[in-house]
Write a protein that binds this ligand. Structure first.
Ligand SMILES: C[S@@+](CC[C@H](N)C(=O)[O-])C[C@H]1O[C@@H](n2cnc3c(N)ncnc32)[C@H](O)[C@@H]1O
Length: 284
């Protein structure tokens, strides 16, 4: 090729570099591809640095007696109660249901299901944080707790009627790891079992700010990820509200009485605070 007085000859073309002869001189052209850096922290680091080192504290805003903890429990538990009535009450005695909670933390959600009639012996929880699993086992000695990575480990040889996951996948940055985790759930689910995926809302999981511990999903992303992992979406719900897409209603609970907060959630514009998908696996 000749460009004005410039003569270019391609000698060798590779993905990372090309050898080119320019006006008789051999030059190396290096290609630098730009990949967007993963902005979220790696989940292993978050578990090691945050969940494994957390101190027992009663002053947490999420504690049952704190207005924020109280309000968020009230809303979530009432949603879960409706879910149990619709999906299980008619079909099975709750004490016979085999439950697995993935990313169970200290077992708070398993404790809720036991309060609704599940039997501790039929409940399983898996979490990567050894400290959280040990606290959970102390609190609920009859529940089966497993310490491990829910993305890469088969949880147990059992098939579960109900698998739940609350705010786990928002900790996982990479799409392939989220899908691996969801496929793992599918493998452990009984063929007519239900998977309840509850997570934080955000506009775009794959465009998180730098260095955050976790970042939510929009509904379309959760549905797409679930379908890519082999699930069929039965229903979707949203919980709480980010007023004007910014002020999460949960965090207003210590300023505004709960009935007024519920009214504001109905009338003010905004995005969801949290999303819940009810999923069944597609049997092949
Ligand atoms: C925001 S907390 C939610 C805990 C609990 N589900 C709840 O709602 O109280 C996230 C939990 O996920 C756990 N976790 C993070 N990555 C994990 C992984 N790859 N496998 C299993 N657990 C994981 C953390 O240790 C932590 O307990």
């Amino acid at each position: 090729m000749k460009l004005a007085s410039l003569s270019l000859n391609l000698i060798e073309n590779r993905s990372k570099f090309s050898l080119v002869k320019i006006n008789g001189f051999v030059n190396i052209l290096l290609f630098c591809s730009y990949e967007k850096p993963n902005e979220m922290k790696d989940y292993n680091a978050v578990v090691n640095e945050r969940f494994d080192l957390e101190k027992e504290t009663t002053s947490s805003i999420y504690a049952a007696h704190h207005p924020i903890g109280k309000y968020s429990r009230e809303v979530l538990f009432s949603g879960l109660h409706k879910f149990l009535i619709e999906y299980f009450h008619q079909k099975k005695n709750l004490s016979e249901i085999k439950l697995l909670d993935v990313g169970c933390g200290k077992g708070g959600m398993i404790e809720y299901f036991i309060s609704q009639g599940f039997s501790a012996q039929n409940c399983y929880g898996v979490d990567l944080s050894a400290a959280r699993i040990s606290a959970a086992q102390q609190q609920l000695p009859d529940v089966n707790f497993i310490c491990g990575d829910a993305l890469h480990q088969q949880f147990s040889s059992h098939r579960f009627d109900l698998i739940t996951s609350f705010d786990l996948y928002s900790h996982i940055a990479k799409e392939n790891e989220i899908i691996a985790g969801l496929k793992n759930v599918s493998k452990s689910l009984a063929s007519n079992g239900v998977f309840l995926w509850y997570d934080i809302y955000s506009k775009d999981h794959f465009n998180a700010p730098q260095n955050v511990d976790s970042w939510g999903f929009n509904k379309h992303q959760m549905i797409q990820l679930a379908q890519n992992a082999g699930f069929e979406v039965i229903s979707t719900f949203s919980f709480f509200k980010k007023f004007f897409g910014r002020y999460h209603s949960i965090y207003q609970a210590h300023r505004i009485p709960a009935p007024l907060l519920k009214l504001l959630e109905k009338v003010l514009p905004g995005t969801p605070g949290n999303i819940m998908l009810i999923l069944k696996k597609i049997d092949i």
